[in-house]
Design a protein around this ligand. Sequence first.
Ligand code: M6R
Length: 618
Amino acid sequence: MCGIIAYAGPKPAAPILVSGLRTLEYRGYDSAGIGVQNGSGVITVTRALGVDQLADAVAAQDINGESAPNVGIAHTRWATHGGVTIPNAHPHTSADGRVAVVHNGIVENYMELRTELVDSGVEFTSETDSEVIAHLVSRCVEAGETLATAVRCAARRLHGASSFVATFADQPGVIVGVRLGNAGGIVVGIGDGFHLLASDVLAILPHTDRVVYLRSGEVASIEPSRVEFTDLLGEPLDRPVFKTGRSFEAAAKGEHPHFMAKEIAEQSETVSSAMRRRVDFESGTIDLPEIPYTDDEIRSIDRVIVSGMGTSLHSCMYGAQMIEALTGIPAQAENASELRYRNTALNERTLVISVTQSGETADTLAAMELASAAGSKQLVLVEAEGTQATLVADGTLYLGAGQEIGVASTKTMMCSLVVLYQLAVYLGTRRDRLAAQRASDLVSDLSRLPGLIAEMIEDGGRCEKLAKEKLVDKRHLLYLGRGALHPMAMEGALKMKELAYLHAEGYPAGEMKHGPIALISEEMPTVALAPQGALYDKMVGNIHEVKARGGEVIALATRGDEIMPGLADEVLWLPVASQWIVPMLTLVPMQQLAYHTSVALGLDPDKPRNLAKSVTVE
Ligand code: M6R
């Protein structure tokens, strides 16, 4: 949450910073701000309630950061402490305006620090926890310290996970950034005659592909022609420069009205990327060279925990079911924010698989650290290259989905299911639990997935009609599914909540009678995931129960099903597919229902209220 970018170099800083903020806006879009050194002895700060408004304000004031050298810091905010107001937008400055700071994370002891500063005469101008950092840094520079020393000194006083970047008018050309724990990363961009700091490498890529990822407790001090790394005590660190394989592609919606529509439509191609170099369709085998374990190590695993948050947790639930079914190892999905705080019996025979598209989710990272401390084996499924999650895990399985701009996860979830599918087959084979023929059948089922998804996407018009005619005036929805369709039902409900702000509940269908059935009425339609399969008859029973109570049913059923059209009010057809492929297919119409309901309600599906794509605070 919150995006930071800073620049020191020969070009006017403001345009570089504003365009960097556009790339980072997915991290939070409550407000935005920029602070540039103009050689005037103070930092010129401009703040606005959004990047577009900030860009207008910067253009109107002709702020370029045109001192020599050009230096500026900028921020896009996801509010934690204090409302969405201009005074709470970053940068925050010292009382004399000579120190400016942008911050991502939470200062857990900010009340104590604020009281201490207020007692010493400091007047606060915002309600944020972040402002204490500006005053702490200022106090140290007033005592004659350099910006780098002052930042280290302030950083040592902070509790909790934070990343922050500071600049000081009396030290022209210098910017200092620090990372404390997992509150979103700081990447240093190394250029010829310029340097950058940013929360995400994507904001750096238009300028350079040479980067250094800061680790927790590291400080980077940049100037146009100089970069220095130290620890929090000022001990110099030698940090190798890494050439990232990623290249900058300006995010474009193409012919689609929203990024989310584009990302839903891309899923048939992205699942192919998630299989590339891993699946051999000719031999019917899967190889995952990213997994560093020997056969003996894989056989020694006696428990699997699949951990993540939100949409990624729904992928974990699917993954745990499939891994247990194919490997025989007890496997469970766990919400990472719970896993990290309960006394889980983890050990070296436990395999912890984390799923996080951003690689930055604070709770998921904390659970991973717990697993590391217990000596567990660890794999991570991740989209964003080089992020903290990839540093903690023994092996990283990249999703290959490509950058997802829409805040709601669509294609990254689909790809995580595909990678978990491959992982389940791979582990089952390496443990000799899965016969070669069965593995080959599973590979062959997987080979049909891109075509089946393309078919589903083509059929999207029906979802648009249903959204406009049936869902737009509803306030509540129930989603039901069984087995591996239960997590999909939860995901369908989550998408509807996030995008259309409707109250939607996802339940295992068997649980319905134990409470949720009390909600059923014509006001609350049910989306029933009822494809052909072992649990089809049970779902038919549930649908009868909903109908008997006056509830409307939208069923997702397999083409050719002759019962469903006479039973459900509406049917969305699924192609015939195997047990572990069908759940992935159900995602497409549920994504489309949520998307079209959001659009019909006049909302922005790409930027749902209150959300951020990267949840770097717990
Ligand atoms: O980056 P992660 O996959 O770790 O993110 C976890 C959740 O915050 C995320 O899946 C969230 O629930 C989705 N954006 C929902 O669409």
